[in-house]
Design a protein around this ligand. Structure first.
Ligand code: GDP
Ligand code: MG
Length: 163
């Protein structure tokens, strides 16, 4: 499969505070699906290309506009063991409002559920916040590969159904 052979092409951007696990989620998904043969079981072939990733410069916001431009979906990520990363979500939503296109699909992700004993943000609180903002909510562990495929596959299904 070459990059030109796709049926659908979507730009999915991960945002959220530095350290919440964005890079690990992308890495987990791409590595988890790509041992040959595995793609067939889900009936969808994925080609993921990470064009570039940041090394925490997202904190400086100077790259904001190019980051959001033409994104079809945003995965707004926080760390369930880090209250601060949850408290910053409204700030991220303001940025989405300002820079993303109006039709963008946003999914809220609480990552690091393998560290449940250190949880600082309850699932109920996150679900309420997501509901109030019309966002779909999912908890993941990039480390344990929990819900990571579901996150990207559900998102892809929604993108395809709305394409
Ligand atoms: P980013 O700055 O949002 O891209 O975050 P990274 O993907 O670089 O991850 C930041 C740190 O969190 C790294 O030390 C990762 O190993 C760790 N990390 C990421 N995802 C998980 C997870 O699901 N569980 C645990 N326990 N650690 C994680
Ligand atoms: Mg990163």
């Amino acid at each position: 499969m070459s990059m030109e052979d796709y049926d659908f092409l979507f730009k999915i951007v991960l945002i959220g505070n530095a350290g919440v696990g964005k890079t690990c989620l992308v890495r987990r998904f791409t590595q988890g699906l790509f041992p040959p043969g595995q793609g067939a079981t889900i009936g969808v072939d994925f080609m993921i290309k990470t064009i570039w990733d940041t090394a925490g410069q997202e904190r400086f916001r100077s790259i904001t506009q190019s980051y959001y431009r033409s994104a079809n979906a945003l995965i707004l990520t926080y760390d369930i063991t880090c209250e601060e990363s949850f408290r910053c979500l409204p700030e991220w939503l303001r940025e989405i409002e300002q820079y993303a296109n109006n039709e963008v699909i946003t999914v809220l992700v609480g990552n690091k559920i393998d560290l449940a004993e250190r949880r600082e943000v309850s699932q109920q609180r996150a679900e309420e916040f997501a509901g109030s903002q019309n966002m779909y909510y999912l908890e993941t562990s990039a480390k344990e590969s929990d819900n990571v495929e579901k996150l990207f596959l559900d998102l892809a299904c929604r993108l395809i159904s709305e394409a």
